[in-house]
Ligand binder design. Structure first.
Ligand code: XLS
Ligand code: MG
Length: 344
């Protein structure tokens, strides 16, 4: 039995289309996903603004809130909470050169409109967490945008969100690349700096995604630890990644088991979750996955997390202490490998 609560987004159960090929599975209605999420053991659902309120660009404020209230009733029906709402700022034509940092005023205004609607939706769904995965926020042509100006734009945009609602917490999900190669806020270190520059740093934190840390050539557990050290890890997106390639959103732990072990370990050791934080997944099924197995990558991610949690809770800290005192890191490393390979 895990001591953590888990969350997932509806986009993690998908029809399998990618930039190189069409769908390989049927689309699944949102309510069916909620039912299965609960059965699998999830406690909360993550939302983009238009997952929660489709075609919100065509609606006005009150209509958006009304749609959000209907969704809240559906969540209640399945005993699920909403973890966060994230404005989707990478599909709309207004976001082709970013949103908050677009060189066009009308695009920046569009991004802010979506961010404020996301806050409205979050309040109706009963969460105070807004996630900003910044997607295209960067520089397509190096000479088209000053990185100084863009960084300051991001801080002022977040300040506007903090002023729009006195309770909202803004959680940046950093990613160093894809779909933009010169990103403005690519690691947890950047997030901490941006947070400190805002008008209310305690309400600005980070969402560490395992794959995004790996894409930056960094260790996910250390990125998690860095945010925890500043008390600013508002959530996580656990998954995996086979090296510095395209973003793969693989099942948690399947490529880098020891890295996954240490992500669970740093969360356990620092009582993550004790203030209601969720262990979020952001994983995608393989293209070959059949309709019947549409949720298997989620089930596998939870299984691997819980198996690793058991190993963390069996970790021999006395042995670790002895190895550290003697600087026997070879011995400590072998102990960890034995633990992971079931010899311990
Ligand atoms: C993309 C991001 C995305 C966000 C939610 O790489 O991980 O899935 O987490 O939009
Ligand atoms: Mg993510």
């Amino acid at each position: 039995m895990s001591e953590f609560k888990f969350s997932v987004g509806p986009w993690n159960v998908h029809a399998g289309a990618d930039s190189y090929g069409p769908a390989t599975r049927k689309e699944i209605p949102l309510e069916e996903k909620f039912k299965r999420f609960k059965e699998i053991g999830f406690d909360a659902v993550q939302f983009h603004d238009d997952d929660a309120v489709p075609n919100l660009n065509e609606l006005i404020g009150e209509e958006i809130k009304e749609e959000a209230r209907k969704l809240k009733k559906l969540l209640d029906k399945y005993g699920l909470k909403a973890e966060f709402v994230a404005p989707r700022l990478w599909m709309d034509p207004h976001t082709i050169d970013g949103g908050f940092m677009s060189t066009r005023k009308e695009d920046r205004e569009f991004a802010m409109w979506r961010a404020k609607r996301s806050i409205d939706i979050a309040k109706e769904l009963g969460t105070d967490l807004l996630v900003l995965w910044l997607a295209r926020e960067g520089t397509l042509c190096a000479e088209s945008k000053s990185p100084v100006w863009a960084t300051k734009q991001l801080v002022s945009a977040i300040n506007e969100m903090l002023e729009y609602d006195e309770h909202i917490r803004v959680c940046i999900e950093p990613k160093p690349n894809e779909p933009i190669d010169r990103s403005i806020c690519g690691t947890m270190g950047h997030v901490m700096a941006v947070s400190a520059a805002t008008i209310d740093p305690k309400r600005v934190g980070g969402n560490l995604e395992s794959a995004h840390a790996i894409l930056a050539g960094l260790d996910p557990a250390h990125e998690i630890g860095f945010a925890l050290a500043f008390d600013k890890l508002f959530t996580v997106h656990l998954n995996d990644q086979n090296g510095i390639r395209y973003d793969q959103d693989k099942t948690f732990g399947v490529e880098n088991l020891r890295q996954a072990f240490n992500q669970v370990k740093v969360l356990v050791e620092n009582n993550y979750g004790s203030r209601g934080e969720y262990v979020g997944l952001d994983v995608k099924a393989m293209r070959t996955t059949t309709d019947e197995d549409s949720y298997k990558h989620l089930e596998n991610s939870l299984k691997i997390f819980k198996k690793l949690e058991k190993k963390v809770r069996r970790f021999d800290y006395d042995f670790q202490k002895k190895c550290v005192e003697n600087r026997d890191f070879e011995g400590l490393e072998m102990y960890v490998m034995d633990l992971l390979m079931g010899e311990e």
